[in-house]
Write a protein that binds this ligand. Structure first.
Ligand code: CP
Length: 307
């Protein structure tokens, strides 16, 4: 098993078989977290560099743990104290890091396409840990893995993605991944936060929580916040919450065994009520645990998939 490309840049071009390989490998790596010594020699001698130009808790830490559990060496390069702060271009910086024989560069950047640009210019494997509002493939792989673990299958499930779809890179990656795996997808949110023309990807759109949640198997929430861009698109967070906060009453429209996931840091009381976030249907903490195994699988498969 391996991934066809040297890089993981997005879900758009991953095949059904490749996504299944990640899910299958992640399942075998889950067991390592239960051992007294959480290490296997799969990537011994390899080096992983974490290059994050935006804040991250889940993705950065889970890549560091994933690399260490596979016995790779890890370097964390904080953007603010790196030469990016003195104006060095991303490509020059990545070439500098590569010159020190780094095998994987995990990159998060505010510019859509930044990891793709790097991947064309360096020989190391580039993993997109989130580029602007474009894609966040490893978060989508975590969500797919969690869905498969909890439901046993993905094909035919109805999945609602709720929130700021326009700016959510995880939502975009989830749309591509879920469609490839044969799920039905409904996007729910205010008209201004749904990307124009997105229905061409074969998704349904609903502007009403009650209508959109009807018969849904899985709910994936994205964070909603009052960014500079959203000031022109949303009257207020209070208004958003009034119509779109996932409350227990609204969740009752979904199937009885619905799963609730969140693809980033939660804004409690805005997109999700505390009762739902901490309730019986929530698998938000399990997503975080699964993230380490999924990122181990990504590194392992990009390295050729040989144990
Ligand atoms: N899901 C996600 O990207 O979370 P972080 O920003 O904490 O990495």
């Amino acid at each position: 098993m391996s991934l066809k490309s040297k890089d993981l840049l997005g879900m758009q071009h991953l095949t059904f078989e490749e996504i299944n390989s990640v899910i299958t490998s992640a399942k075998s790596f889950m067991e390592i977290a239960t051992r007294p010594i959480k290490k296997v020699p799969v990537l011994r001698g390899k080096t992983v560099a974490n290059l994050f130009f935006e804040p991250s808790t889940r993705t950065r830490i889970s890549f560091e743990l994933a690399a260490r559990r596979l016995s790779a060496d890890v370097i964390n390069i904080p953007a603010l104290i790196s030469s990016a702060a003195s104006g060095e271009t991303l490509t020059d910086m990545a070439k500098t890091i590569e010159a020190m024989t780094v095998d994987f560069i995990v990159v998060r950047h505010s510019m859509a396409g930044a990891p793709h640009q790097l991947a064309r210019q360096i020989k190391s494997s580039v993993i997109n840990a989130g580029d602007g509002s474009h894609e966040h493939p490893t978060q989508a792989l975590v969500d797919l893995y969690t869905t498969k673990e909890k439901k046993g299958y993905i094909e035919g499930l109805r999945v609602a993605i709720i929130g700021d779809i326009l700016h959510s890179r995880s939502a975009k990656s989830n749309i591509w991944g879920l469609k490839t795996m044969g799920a039905d997808v409904v996007l729910i949110g205010p008209r201004t936060l749904i990307p124009p023309g997105v229905e061409r990807l074969g998704v349904d759109i609903s502007f009403s929580m009650e209508e959109g949640l009807e018969g849904v198997d899985v709910v994936i929430l994205s964070r909603v916040e009052m960014t500079e861009e959203n000031r022109a698109l949303l009257p207020s967070l209070r208004e958003y919450s009034r119509f779109y906060c996932l409350t227990e009453e609204r969740l009752a429209y979904a199937k009885k065994d619905v799963l609730v996931m969140h693809s980033g840091s939660m804004n409690r009381g805005v997109e999700i009520s505390p009762q739902v976030a901490d309730g019986a249907y929530s698998v938000i903490i399990e997503q975080v645990t699964n993230g380490v195994a999924v990122n181990m699988a990504v590194l392992y498969l990009l390295a050729g998939g040989k144990k």
